[in-house]
Design a protein around this ligand. Structure first.
Ligand code: NAD
Length: 493
């Protein structure tokens, strides 16, 4: 069985006795065991990061850019290899895994221009003979704690930006699919990143708690589920760390009466069932406005039987298994419980049969869903699409604005005025107009509102550079020594 350790100070290390299982979700077999770091092992990695910090901080921006360009080229050339590693532990189909790498590389593209992003500001002559300028400096050792569902893209969002800014990093990938994080660290080393700048420490809750309590770590970036994001936010802040903690989601897609229903149905199926619904930006609720509801439900249901569900390494497969058997059973519970809550199960994916022991489940469509039902309130994180029927645009907006989550949302309409009003009214961080999964391009930043993000900085792009740097403002004066005098008054201009 494959043993998955850590990557510390430029080398792969085995780790101690505490281990967790890593599964191949397509076969249901355990493929490896991952080391779960103790507080002591974490401390060794933090020491390596502290040791590397002065050198990396002093490395010229030109040299940092060169490493970023080289890293970008290596990952681009070997994208398929990384995609297959993702599929082997996560289960998503290889083309989807390659898409995740491409979206992660968008952020690397942004970081290749780090010299521009780290520029300070300068004001000449703010008072007689006085100039002011600002610089951006790194925070120190920062920790990046990532979820299972994007084992390459989210490390590429966080660690790459932190490194570009001159920090050294402890990356703690999800223990369910840890290999992509190690692969990324090895490729960074090939690109010329010095030992100790990027360390990968695998682990679980015990490891995370050690990170949150470690005095040597200045900042924490987290992506995962909402209850854990909230805990991470509180504990990091209590320990005096800068923190951004992105949480879960319940993404609605509003279909207006004037929308093209075939296009809307295609988008709903793609966004609800892609990656088996294990995306923080997956559409999990279609909000049908007015008379179109029956037609929309029929068109979505018509498309579902054609979806090919199977092993992610099979090029024919469009959707793979869920991450674990427990995740599969949990998702199934929402579908089987929906009728009892008063909803109508139009397509029941739990009844679909699969060969072998993989963690597969079919796709489900649940109609007449209402707030208060578990199928509506909880983040299911599986291939289950709920339909909520409302009478008006205003009712759709009220429904969404009342939800605790506010990650992504979409409106489908042919009317520009409605779309513009929706953008104005809706209290959600990322909005799509006829775009079901509006993940911002790398030159913008990613983040939800309300209980989908704890903290005040979004990830990657300009906000990422803000998060991983602190601004220093320098006021300069070169007076004639002969003009020097004592003045106890507060300096004014
Ligand atoms: P998770 O919260 O279970 O785990 C995330 C990370 O936290 C992992 O590294 C894990 O080891 C660690 N962790 C788990 N339990 C912990 C605990 N009790 N204390 C401290 N750390 C703990 O999330 P997941 O299941 O890996 O990922 C899916 C979740 O992530 C979904 O809720 C999804 O919406 C969310 N997500 C959000 C975004 C976003 O940008 N908002 C992006 C991707 C995923």
């Amino acid at each position: 069985m494959k043993r998955i350790g850590h990557y510390v100070d430029g080398s792969l290390v085995d780790g101690g006795d505490r281990v967790g299982p890593v599964w191949n979700p397509a076969t249901g077999e355990q493929s490896g065991e991952v080391a779960l770091a103790s507080a002591g092992e974490l401390d060794t990695a933090v020491s390596a990061a502290e040791k590397a910090l002065p050198g990396w901080r002093a490395t010229s921006l030109a040299k940092r850019q060169e490493i970023m360009f080289r890293f970008r080229q290596i990952v681009t050339d070997r994208k398929e290899e990384l995609a297959r590693i993702i599929t082997s532990e996560h289960g998503k189909v290889v083309s989807d895994a390659a898409g995740e790498v491409t979206r992660g590389l968008e952020n690397v593209d942004y970081c290749t221009n780090l010299m521009h992003h780290l520029k300070g500001e300068y004001s000449e002559q703010v008072a007689s003979g006085v100039d002011v300028h600002s610089v951006r400096q790194p925070l120190g050792v920062v920790a990046c704690i990532t979820p299972f569902n994007f084992p390459a893209m989210i490390p590429l969002w966080m660690a790459t930006t932190a490194i570009a800014c001159g920090n050294t990093v402890i990356l703690k990938p999800s223990e369910r699919d840890p290999s992509a994080g190690l692969w990324i660290a090895e490729r960074f080393a090939e690109a010329g990143l010095p030992a100790g700048v990027l360390n990968v420490v695998n682990g679980d809750v015990e490891t995370v708690n050690a990170i949150l309590d470690h005095d040597g770590i200045s900042a924490v970036s987290f992506v995962g589920s909402t209850p854990i994001a909230e805990t991470i936010y509180r504990r990091s802040a209590e320990n005096g760390k800068r923190v951004q903690a992105l949480g879960g989601a319940k993404n609605h897609m509003v279909v207006m009466p004037d929308a093209d229903l075939d296009a809307a149905a295609d988008a709903a199926v793609s966004a609800a069932y892609g990656s088996a619904g294990e995306r923080c930006m997956a559409v999990s609720v279609a909000v049908a406005v007015g008379e179109i509801a029956d037609d929309l439900v029929a068109k979505i249901a018509d498309r579902m039987p054609q979806l090919k569900i199977g092993d992610g390494t099979d090029p024919e497969s469009e959707m793979g298994p869920l991450i674990t058997q427990a995740a599969r059973d949990r998702v199934a519970g929402y579908v089987t419980g929906a009728e009892g809550e008063g909803a109508t199960v139009v397509v029941d994916g739990t009844k679909k049969e699969f060969d072998g022991n993989g963690f597969f489940i079919g796709v489900s469509l649940v109609d007449h869903v209402k707030p208060g039902m578990k199928v509506y309130e909880d983040e299911i994180f599986g291939p289950v699409l709920s339909v909520v029927r409302v009478d008006s645009y205003a009712e759709a907006v009220d429904l969404i604005n009342a939800n605790q989550f506010a990650n992504g949302v979409a409106v489908f309409t042919r009317d520009g005025k409605t779309a513009r009003q929706f953008e104005f009214d809706i209290e959600v961080g990322m909005v799509g107009v006829n775009v079901p999964i509006p993940v911002p391009i790398g030159t913008f930043s990613f983040g939800g509102w309300k209980r989908s993000l704890f903290g005040d900085t979004h990830m990657y792009g300009a906000e990422g550079f803000n998060f991983y740097t602190r601004r220093k403002v320098v006021t300069t004066r070169w007076p004639e020594p002969s003009e020097s005098q004592i003045s106890l008054g507060f300096p004014t201009h």
